[in-house]
Write a protein that binds this ligand. Sequence first.
Ligand code: 5AD
Ligand code: SF4
Length: 476
Amino acid sequence: MKYNVLSKPDFKKALLKKEIKTVCLNIKVPKHLKDFCKDKKYFIKTHGCQANYRDSEIYKGYFELLGLKETDILEKADFILINSCAVRQKAEEKVLSELGEIKQLKTKDKNKILILAGCMAQEEKNIRTIINSFNFVDLVLGTHDLNNLVRNLDLIITKNQQIIDVSSSSGCIYEKLPSKRDSKFKAFVNITYGCDKFCSYCIVPFLRGRQRSRSIESILKECKELEKSGYKEITLLGQNVTSYGKDLKDGKSFANLLDKVASLNIPRINFLTSHPFDFDYKIIDVIKKHKNIMRYMHLPIQSGCDSILKLMNRKYTFDEYASIIEETRKKIPDIRFSTDIIVGFPNETKKQNEESLKNIKKINFDGAFTFIYSPREGTTAAKIKDNVPRKEKTERFKKLTNILRESFSKSNQKYIGKTLSVLVDSISKTDKNFLSGYSHENLLINFKGNKDLIGSIVKVKVISEHIYFLKGEIVI
Ligand code: 5AD
Ligand code: SF4
């Protein structure tokens, strides 16, 4: 069968800046669709970052409106949605192999409806791959097209069509999107969509479009609703939260927004991800002022070498980065910093790598996510001919990991014997006898306790550190 192509991705269009309209949705589901979905189930697999996890909660909201019930068993699902990530090649390969496995399920039961959504859908090359090799996918849905889900499912179910619906530029911010949140006590709240930074290695602006900030009123309204429902932790979410408001005409900044959200009666406020270039020192004072803002910041450095930072188009030097950390630690000594680091940027010399490692060591990071550079078609960096062999990159990666492990261990040791305030998350994934939660400094901590404590904030005394987590005892 041939795909009905309603819209297709185009990187040029994705980069166009548009006037932003806020659209308040009033979604209606036709009765015949509800009848069709009665007693049927959906399954969602999410890859990638928090933006995708939040989108999946919205897909779940749509599915629930249709009358479907969630299942965590793939084989039992009538509707399967894969929310994909494209930030590195490996993430894409994982999704394609997953689709290959799902093919067998579809061969056994042709009535199953398979949807590929998320960032991979935004790449033209992937659309070709789906048409040529994975044409059992019923719907390819772009990141700007969440709101077309019901219309597209209607075409699949009533007209027996296969659909590609991936528009590239978005001029809309949708409010009142349906949503089924994964947690009853921790919530993500989008504050910006897209990104205007164009780091030379990064494909995100092509997939998620230019930055669009939600109005402060809409964000506060959502936060107040969460407060009323008893949520204990809110994470303000954006590719670059520190540039919140730069595209608005009301002069509001991230520091203003954070101050307002933290003034609500919510025990914990967190934000993700910050960018050093847009970092406004007023943010430090806002964090200091509000005890409910978590003592934690994720501030990607990407490299510790100035010439590589320039090639990455990060728009700051190592010294500027280090100043933010120094100033914040001076004013808020209990704050923890985590970061993102890319190893093996094209043509990085041994000397540049050494400079980067030396500087990264100086920061004494409390946590980090490390990646080997992955060329992404369409980005500026992908056009550079790379002369660094893979083996050399792996060596550099190992050196970095050793530096970071030492730094994390040193950072964690400071907490031994201290009592931390922990929001209990779940039963520990590694040991069923333990509970697992995050402290106000975003430290992962495992401790023995009754599972009824999940969702509450408890005091835990730290007894040992294990590089990536702590162990503790609950204090009664
Ligand atoms: N290769 C490797 N890592 C990347 N990241 C973004 N693009 C790439 C790429 N092409 C990393 C950055 C970013 C994190 C979310 O993913 O470190 O901060
Ligand atoms: Fe990508 Fe840079 Fe935007 Fe982060 S700030 S999403 S790394 S372009």
